[in-house]
Design a protein around this ligand. Sequence first.
Ligand SMILES: [Zn+2]
Length: 116
Amino acid sequence: MAYISMVVCGHCDFGIFQRVAGDTQTCDCGYVTIKQDGSVQATDDQDFYREFPGLNIVHSEEKLRRDFDEMEDRYGRVPHGLAMAQRLSNDKRSFKIQKRRHFEDDLVQVASLTEE
Ligand SMILES: [Zn+2]
């Protein structure tokens, strides 16, 4: 298990977190970024995001580090960040954060949504 601090964008609802110290993450719409030093920066002064420190996730620090080191980038960003962060902070159990889907899967999904 690992402890993370998640930042949830108020615009796109992506949750982002540093996998290791020095990691940088940006939400899906680009509004909010966690910088290398761990500070959080929005693209305007509205600060339309929420921070959830000390969330416990099921993945090991080792796994997150490997994801970072090998640039696999499957962790660090999650859709529906607010719901995830609230579940993690209200509940003492740890939850598995879904791996990010591959781009191809997104395209297939879009295609199936538009197929009639
Ligand atoms: Zn966003």
